[in-house]
Ligand binder design. Structure first.
Ligand code: MRU
Length: 356
């Protein structure tokens, strides 16, 4: 997708370095940053210069490449793999990508290992682009059918950033929206801001603006009343981990949107590549839910009159704050899962029909 009219991806490899867009600076500054070591990659994931389940996976894959460039030694690479997996807990793509990289280089002679790893990291990213494009094509059909009935702008609510900035390109939740827009279907997006980090406002609205898609930022709590007023035709959200039974773990607050959608008969779709499916964990309570620094709540970032990015405290200094980053929406509230292989029920049977 584009920034300032220029087609870009969120991550690429150039001159033995990994290039990323530093998402902690968006939307106020556009900075491309170099990752030169595996520690740089781990840090970029931890401080969320890169974020979003598929992009975290892509970065972790390139992290293994950087480790090999740094020190082509099995102990070092194994340690790096463990540290990458532990850098963020909830998004399953991270472990999925590292496991895939390690499997690829297992037993490979040390001269070939780098080119093999690099090709695999590139393949993981390329595959994600293809998956997200297919998600868009499948999701487009749903938007199209609403448009044909309504014959007017389709209002779509999304939560957090599951856009191209959370992936390598296209996005998950936003891909159907981009496809619809490119096909000339009128769409308007309600963008939850989304607290704690305002990633809807900072990232989703930003990327939709860059593509010329009408959107309006709302407080996280506004979705319910909009649904009651008939101003939301459908919800599409992303996911950081979806269980084989169709339960969906996504950015905190997704569950409440799903409840409101159910109460108002608004279709609630979740878009995901298969790399986000956790086939192992059986119950939602076993998903590791990230609890992040409470400063994400108590402080906000913005620009001052001179254009400098500033961080300011908005809570009473003495107050304690608690910051769970994800919640789980039970499958029963999900109308359907939009995957690269098509749309299915959020259920074991639905997922198995497509993927097993
Ligand atoms: O904490 P983040 O920014 O890495 O959270 C990820 C998200 O933005 C989401 O939860 C998103 O909706 C799913 S990732 C495509």
């Amino acid at each position: 997708m584009r920034i300032n009219g220029k087609a870009l991806r969120t991550i690429w490899f150039e001159d033995n370095k990994v290039k990323i867009i530093d998402q902690t600076k968006l939307p106020h500054q556009f900075i491309v940053k170099d990752l030169k070591t595996v520690t740089d990659a781990i840090n970029a994931i931890k401080v969320m210069e890169v974020r979003g389940a598929p992009l975290i996976g892509g970065t972790a894959a390139y992290g293994i490449v950087l480790a090999i460039i740094e020190k082509n030694d099995l102990n070092f690479i194994n340690q790096a793999a463990g540290d990458l997996i532990n850098s963020r807990p909830t998004a399953i793509n991270l472990k999925w990508a590292v496991d895939r990289m390690m499997k690829k280089i297992k037993g490979v002679n040390s001269k070939e290992i780098l080119s093999l790893a690099l090709n695999e990291a590139k393949a993981i990213c390329e595959e994600d682009v293809g998956f997200c494009k297919s998600i868009g094509e499948h999701g487009l059909k749903i938007i199209e059918s609403i448009y044909q009935k309504k014959k007017d702008t389709v209002n779509i609510l999304t939560h957090c950033n599951a856009g191209w900035l959370a992936t390598i390109d296209w996005g998950t939740a936003t891909s159907p929206i981009y496809h619809a827009h490119q096909k000339g279907i009128k769409v308007h997006v309600w963008v939850d801001e989304t607290r704690p980090r305002n990633q809807g406002a900072n990232l989703t609205s930003y990327e939709l603006n860059e593509e010329g898609i009408p959107n309006t930022i709302i407080a996280d709590n506004t979705g319910g009343i909009l649904m009651q007023r008939g101003q939301v035709d459908m919800c599409i959200v992303g996911t950081d981990r979806t269980l084989a039974n169709g339960d969906v773990c996504n950015k905190i607050g997704t569950y409440l949107k799903a409840l409101a959608a159910k109460d108002n008969n608004v279709p609630f779709y979740v878009a995901l590549p298969s790399s986000t499916i956790d086939w192992k964990i059986k119950e939602a309570k076993d998903i590791p839910i990230e609890e992040r620094n409470s400063e994400e709540l108590s402080h906000v970032y913005g620009i001052d009159n001179s254009g400098a990015i500033k961080k300011v405290l908005i809570y009473p200094k003495q107050s304690k704050a608690m910051n769970l980053a994800f919640d789980v929406t039970p499958a029963k509230y999900v109308t359907g899962l939009i995957t690269e292989k098509g749309v299915c029920d959020a259920s074991k049977e639905g997922l198995e029909k497509l993927f097993k």
